[in-house]
Design a protein around this ligand. Structure first.
Ligand SMILES: NC(=O)c1ccc[n+]([C@@H]2O[C@H](COP(=O)([O-])OP(=O)(O)OC[C@H]3O[C@@H](n4cnc5c(N)ncnc54)[C@H](OP(=O)(O)O)[C@@H]3O)[C@@H](O)[C@H]2O)c1
Length: 335
């Protein structure tokens, strides 16, 4: 785990404490849902656990049902908008597992949270190390970078030197690595990959990412020497594309026909998508560029040893389970 060093040091306080009152913003998302379920299963470890119901967002039957299960599990529902300070009051930490189109709202959420007294934020990371290679300047990470810059700026303000944050870095979530977004068609056993068979990426299962995240909430820190500004790197495995397709072939019993594309052609795809105003396509191209250039390979050192009770599931085993799980099969483009 790394702490960030700033020229202006916060006041020295030796007291080390974990985070006790947690609010999840983006609770209905793929990761948010799992984080809420994990918090419910560890409810007795926290003073308060809650999820945010953004009243400006469309209500769906699925969301209503999901939120009811969270409430039944003992989570509080907090309703409001991202500018509603009253809704953020009484929490010491806000987790923001927000989707691609919502990441840009994080500076607003942070400012509202600060106004309400929140002093710790988990921003929408759970991905590559933004400081590695050329990640910092990639389109896909633009709003994640702006969020980090915003936190750093607010963290220099004289009245919020106690402002802290946690960034969880893992590379790619294993289940996501083999979907259409990254060029893999599991129904027809074909793939178009920007990169080479030897290209590596770091993979961690969603369940392990969630388990590590919950442990970090309970990992005590002090604001002395910027202990409240934390980056954790959790590593599951770093297979090559060849190893990934060997796994997929062994699991499905089908040979995959894989075309490897020159990474730099994703730049043209990104430009074209931008001209078309297709944000999702632009993000897809940017993602492929990042990955093809090795941006999702997690640099060492890793922080797994801080939590030896967690044993990351091997990549092959996560793939195998995903192909057997009905909802994940759909996610993988299968019926
Ligand atoms: N490294 C990887 O491979 C990987 C893979 C997946 C995710 N992640 C990371 O995990 C985090 C969460 O991703 P996710 O896939 O779980 O997100 P998601 O399911 O796409 O979205 C999460 C939540 O964001 C809110 N949201 C979505 N679009 C919005 C919009 N236009 N305006 C306002 N709110 C919106 C929604 O909450 P409400 O409807 O309740 O408001 C949604 O449930 C991100 O940081 C992402 O980068 C990483």
């Amino acid at each position: 785990m790394r702490f960030e060093i700033y020229l202006v040091s916060p006041p020295i306080m030796a007291l080390r404490k974990p985070l006790d009152a947690i609010l999840v913003v983006g609770a209905s998302g793929a990761l948010g849902k799992g984080l809420c379920q994990a918090l419910i299963s560890r409810k007795s470890d926290f003073k308060r656990i809650a999820f945010f119901n953004d009243t400006s967002r469309p209500e769906t039957e699925d969301k209503r049902t999901l939120f009811a299960t969270f409430r039944d599990g003992g989570m509080e529902q907090v309703s409001g908008t991202y500018t509603d300070a009253a809704a953020f009051t009484g929490f010491d930490c806000v987790l923001m597992p927000l989707g691609n189109h919502a990441i840009k709202y994080q500076p607003t959420i942070i400012d509202t949270g600060i106004k309400a007294g929140v002093r710790h934020f988990y921003t929408s990371e759970w991905g590559a190390d933004l400081t590695a290679g050329s990640n910092w300047t990639q389109r896909y990470y633009r709003d994640k970078v702006l969020t980090r810059e915003h936190l750093a700026k607010r963290g220099r303000d004289a009245d919020t030197l106690d402002l802290g944050w946690t960034y969880i870095n893992l590379g790619r979530l294993t289940e996501w690595s083999i979907i259409k977004h990254f060029g893999i068609d599991n129904a027809n056993h074909t793939a178009s990959i920007f990169g080479t068979p030897e290209g590596r990426q770091s993979l961690l299962s969603t369940a392990d990412a969630i388990a590590y995240t919950i442990e970090t909430l309970r990992h005590p820190f002090s604001v002395a020497e910027n202990g409240h500004r934390r980056t954790y790197r959790f590593h599951g495995g770093s297979p090559t594309w060849k190893e990934i397709f060997d796994d997929l072939e062994a699991i499905t019993g089908h040979k995959y026909s894989v075309t490897y594309l020159d990474v730099e052609t994703a730049v043209e795809k990104e430009t074209r998508a931008k001209e078309l105003g297709d944000v999702d396509l632009e993000l897809e191209a940017s993602h492929q560029l990042i990955q093809g250039r090795g941006g999702t390979l997690l640099p060492e050192p890793f922080d797994n040893d801080l939590f030896p009770n967690i044993h990351p599931e091997p990549v092959h085993s996560v793939f195998e389970k995903s192909f057997k799980d009905a909802s994940l099969r759909k996610f993988l483009g299968l019926s």
